[in-house]
Design a protein around this ligand. Structure first.
Ligand code: ZN
Length: 246
């Protein structure tokens, strides 16, 4: 069976009598750990075959620091580090995404491609994620890698979470959804005149699927267009009412 890095590299039938140091996939002796893994490599605890002396050509491709990148908007960037981008890869090829393409990424995760496919979302761009990503073989429940975490996604559940996040973001802004303090509650109440979706989001805000939904959600401006302010009560009265929730 192929591994995620092999699909990323367009290798559908790997050969050889060895297993790759990084991904554990079948490989030959073309690339050695001695030559391709720096002494300073500190992630030996997360590689699949730490005792192997070889790495596969798929992993060599995922670790490329001078790659030609095909972006989702058809722009091509030359000599780039693969780790700086989010990726969707299938048997038809690989496409890179930046944070400017969150809407496209959301559409892909909600309507995933024909398996096998891989989805890797880079948050910091600092870490090598592709070699440890896993392939999806099912369109109803599948793994999505968000930075170092592999999250099992059901598209229907994710869509509901994104819709809920969007209601809350409209009132208090995207960064606040990881905090949900009493100041945010006051701001939210001021916007909608109730705390319904605020409480609903707060209940599961730290779940993996919530964090994925938050990463994919649009900006406050876009959310506010969809969910305008509905509370017209004067601020003084709002303060008095929200004190009930502290
Ligand atoms: Zn490999």
């Amino acid at each position: 069976m192929i591994t995620a890095p092999q699909l990323f590299a367009g290798i559908f039938e790997p050969n050889g009598d060895h297993n790759c140091f990084y991904c554990g996939g079948q490989c030959n002796t073309d690339y050695t750990v001695k030559k391709y893994v720096k002494d300073t490599f500190t992630n030996r605890d997360i590689v699949r075959q730490p005792a192997s002396e070889y790495i596969c050509s798929g992993c060599v491709c995922t670790l490329n620091e001078r790659a030609n990148i095909n972006l989702a908007n058809e722009e091509i960037r030359e000599s780039q580090k693969t780790r700086l981008y989010s990726w969707v890869f299938t048997k038809s090829g690989r496409v890179a995404y930046t944070k400017a393409h969150l809407k496209l990424l959301t559409n892909i995760i909600i309507n995933p491609p024909e398996p096998p496919f891989g989805i890797v979302l880079a948050v910091t761009g600092q870490k090598q994620l592709l070699f440890r990503s896993v392939l999806a073989w099912n369109r109803d429940r599948f793994p999505v890698m968000l930075e170092e975490e592999i999250i099992t996604v059901s598209p229907a559940e994710l869509l509901i979470k994104i819709q809920l996040a969007s209601i809350v973001i409209a009132a208090i802004g995207k960064p606040s959804l990881g905090e949900m303090s009493s100041n945010h509650a006051i701001k939210y109440y001021d916007y909608y005149g109730n705390l319904d979706s605020f409480e609903l989001w707060k209940k599961n805000m730290h779940s993996p699927i919530s964090r994925l939904a938050l990463f994919l959600s649009p900006s406050q401006k876009e959310c506010a267009n969809e969910h305008p302010r509905t509370n017209n009560v004067k601020p003084g009265r709002v303060q008095a009412q929200t004190s009930l929730f502290d």
